[in-house]
Design a protein around this ligand. Structure first.
Ligand code: SAH
Length: 350
């Protein structure tokens, strides 16, 4: 698909045509990655952050949130729960917390691998090559780092570099792949200033990078961030080029990502479930997605990992999330995946 065709779909409003898009994405999903829905247990290990991202509630300047960092024993307890629930993978995510030292993470990865044997995914932001190598050697399998937007000027605006060091997530993704990680990325949908062409190029970049995992969600304004007020202006202005941060746009992106990257693992994300708690997860799974990421973070920390407000499943315990998601998956005639659920792209590459 070229840029123009993708823009055509992103702007499509005809329901019959959209049904066709959903059907094509769902068939492509079924043919390439099957009916299994892989569960990845998410552990939000720290909400400390040194960065100043315009979209994210964890940004350093937000003095209104209480900060936490989980202890290794607490994290291990979550990983053991993941195993008990039959998840194949744990994902450790955090703000860009430089107090999380590379040796600390390496030791943690070793313990999780030894005690549970689960696949380990990291999503700790931009780190040095040396640290990434160390984590790979300790047994980490995958790394998630969204490029957020392929529009360089917009990216620089919403994701300012830290000090003098230039910030290039696309280069970092290539490096991660080279180091042998299963590599995941994704984009925010409907950031103020994002055009349809920008979003189409994001989708083309998924294919160009040969991603193993693609996670996308609607941008949800957080009141304690500078971008939130711009969203109001962007929507009020009636700007025809502005991508809306809607649920429908998120499904279009999932479906198109599936069409351009047929074998990738694609989650039906929490941000979508936040916009539609009743059916969002299911719609995502029926329009191209094959992964869900149940939250394992202890309830006492969960509300503090507030990247955006009103996040779905914020008060549920890990047990409740596990049962709820299993039910949702079975309700649409799909099965919970067994095993690690590695990306087909990755398996073919190695
Ligand atoms: N510090 C890590 C993890 C960040 S949280 C990193 O930067 O990679 C994971 C993802 O949440 C981000 O990549 C971003 O795409 C998404 N996110 C952050 N703020 C958001 C918001 N306000 N609305 C929707 N998604 C958001």
């Amino acid at each position: 698909m070229n840029e123009q065709e993708i823009v055509g779909w992103l702007r499509e409003t005809d329901e019959t045509r959209l049904e066709e898009l959903w059907k094509r994405a769902d068939n492509t999903r079924k043919k390439n990655v099957g009916d299994a829905v892989h569960l990845r247990g998410l552990i939000e290990i720290s909400n400390h952050c040194t960065r100043s991202c315009g979209y994210c509630g964890l940004r350093a300047q937000n003095t209104k949130i209480e900060r936490y960092r989980m202890e290794p024993d607490e994290i291990l307890e979550c990983a053991n729960k993941a195993k008990e629930f039959g998840y194949g993978t744990v994902v450790m995510q955090s703000g860009e917390d430089l107090a999380i030292a590379s040796g600390w993470v390496a030791a943690l990865i070793r313990r999780i691998k030894e005690e549970t044997g689960l696949a380990v995914t990291l999503s700790l932001g931009e780190r040095e090559e040396q640290e990434l190598t160390r984590w790979k050697n300790a047994g980490a399998d995958r790394y998630l780092l969204r490029f957020e937007t392929s529009n360089r000027a917009l990216f620089d605006k919403i994701h300012p570099p830290l000090g003098e060091k230039p910030c290039d997530r696309i280069a970092l993704l290539k490096q991660l792949k080279h180091l042998g990680f299963e590599t995941g990325s994704g984009a925010l949908i409907g950031i103020p200033g994002q055009s349809y062409e920008d979003l189409a190029r994001d989708i083309m970049l998924f294919a160009e990078l040969g991603l193993d995992m693609i996670g996308c969600g609607p941008y949800i304004p957080h009141p304690e961030t500078p971008l939130a007020s711009e969203m109001e202006t962007a929507l009020a202005g009636g700007d025809e080029t502005q991508v809306p941060n809607t649920e429908l746009m998120a499904y279009k992106v999932i479906a198109l990502a599936r069409l351009v990257c047929p074998r990738a693992n694609i989650p039906s994300t929490t941000a979508i479930a936040t916009l539609n708690p009743a059916r969002g997860r299911e719609f995502g799974l029926e329009r191209g997605a094959n992964v869900v990421m149940p939250n394992l973070t202890p309830v006492k920390y969960r509300a503090l990992y507030e990247i955006y407000p009103g996040k779905a499943c914020i008060t549920e315990t890990a047990d409740a999330c596990a049962a709820c998601l299993r039910g949702r998956i079975e309700s649409i005639g799909r099965q919970v995946g067994t095993g690690r659920g590695d990306s087909m792209n990755y398996l073919l590459r190695s």
